[in-house]
Ligand binder design. Structure first.
Ligand code: HGY
Ligand code: MN
Ligand code: MN
Length: 411
């Protein structure tokens, strides 16, 4: 066992990361949206690597990719290791991918040493964590946990294509999505390795850490309607400019975020209509993303923000509506898994660091049916959701070794 514990190959992970990064619709960064040609090419590559690692590969009814490595006791509950294969727009190469490939690397190491754990191990590549294409999120992991609803598959992309239609395009049968739900009794727990996407491990000068919990996140769509008009003839005092009103709302959101410690608020998408330089904006649509590790704080801040937006809209004679897209509560990682991860960190000569994740992860959804644990790996300057996202091979090695040793302790 000792030999095996040091023999994961970060080189193999690094090389596979480069191959997967090519499955992208953009040259700048990686753009791999769910249920697309690019995601199918990525699934092909990952399936091949899972088979090389001695796993039986299947896709579940939502399209998640699942590799299974049998243990000595096939009917024992399986340890799930997973993360996502989709990306945001012009993303880095490591977000989600590092977790799936590190899971495959761990199983491949067991396989190459003809080692069979007692419990089966499943590595899962979730199909739609980011929700970039359909403005959903955690579709794949919610299907696995049984929390997906039929209406979630009616979400539309910019071309008006629903999730269900995109699935059918790929030969999936959306009406069978509920069959992807797993029986909690067949699961030992879920471990996700992920880049930190933050500054703590760099500040602590350490490659890995344990995650204590994941902040809750709520996403809204908003629409503000005023009066379009001639940019040259309508006096400022008579205008109902939807973009100026929205701008005041966004500054009010930022102000609210400053009032609540550790609250983050982001308007990431904004569209202006009719969208001509000599026409006063009549309609503005956008998205609001709000997060906090305490659900109560997030709820209070949201109430403040919506109240202030209502005041701004009324004063400006604008009509506005906010519709909720999703609201995932904060989740705590299992103390048992945190202890296992911290024990392995200490055995590897690292400090037992615990980090709260501001970013959302598939683990949030899986937490509704089993214990979750997360291992963070340092990324340069904490940069993520950006082409400059970067992880050293040495840190990938450290992450995969920690994951291997945690898996050996659990299975
Ligand atoms: O938005 C997030 O936190 C994650 O990257 N989906
Ligand atoms: Mn992400
Ligand atoms: Mn991610």
């Amino acid at each position: 066992m000792q030999v095996m514990q040091q023999s994961v190959s970060a080189q193999r992970i690094a090389q596979r990361i480069e191959e997967l990064a090519a499955c992208s619709t953009t040259v700048r960064g990686v753009t791999r949206l769910s249920f697309t040609k690019e995601s199918e090419t990525a699934n092909e590559l990952v399936s091949q690597w899972m088979r090389e690692a001695g796993m039986i590969v299947r896709r579940d009814e939502l399209g998640n990719l699942i590799g299974r490595y049998e243990g000595t006791q096939p009917d024992a509950p399986a340890l799930l290791i997973g993360s996502h294969l989709d990306s945001v727009v012009e993303a880095g190469k490591y977000d989600g991918i590092l977790g799936v490939l590190s899971g495959i690397e761990v199983v491949q190491t067991l396989h190459e040493h003809q080692y069979r754990p007692r419990h089966p191990i499943e590595v899962i590549g979730f199909c739609d964590e980011e929700g970039t294409r359909f403005h959903t999120t955690l579709l794949g992991s919610k299907a696995l946990s049984g929390d997906l609803r039929a209406e979630d598959l009616q979400a539309k992309d910019e071309q008006g294509i629903t999730v269900a239609a995109a699935m059918q395009e790929l030969g999936l049968e959306p009406s069978r999505y509920h069959l992807a739900a797993r029986d909690p009794k067949t699961i030992l727990g879920y471990i996700e390795l992920h880049i930190e996407q933050g500054p703590v491990l760099e500040q602590e000068m350490q490659a890995c850490g344990a995650v204590s919990g994941i902040a809750g996140a709520a996403r809204y769509h908003f629409r503000v309607e005023g009066n379009a008009g001639h940019a040259g003839t309508v006096p400022i005092s008579m205008r109902k400019d939807a973009l100026v009103g929205t701008s005041e709302m966004i500054l009010a959101m930022e102000k609210a975020a400053q009032k609540y410690q550790n609250l983050v608020v982001t308007v990431g998408k904004l569209s202006v209509a009719p969208g001509a330089s000599n026409v006063i904006p009549g309609v503005v649509e956008g998205t609001l993303d709000i997060r906090h590790i305490e659900d109560q704080t997030k709820k209070m801040a949201l109430a403040d923000i919506l109240e202030e937006c209502r005041r701004i809209l009324a004063r400006r004679g604008l009509v506005g509506e906010f519709s909720q897209i999703m609201d995932s509560p904060a989740v705590a990682c299992s103390q048992r898994f945190i202890n296992e991860i911290e024990t392995v960190l200490a055995e590897s000569g690292m400090k037992p660091i615990q980090i709260v994740s501001g970013a959302g992860h598939d683990a949030m959804a899986v937490a509704s049916i089993t214990d979750i644990g997360m291992i963070f790996v340092r990324c340069r300057d904490g940069v993520s959701h950006h082409p400059d996202e970067f992880v050293t091979v040495a840190d990938m090695q450290a992450g995969a070794s920690v994951l291997l040793n945690v898996v050996l302790r659990l299975t």
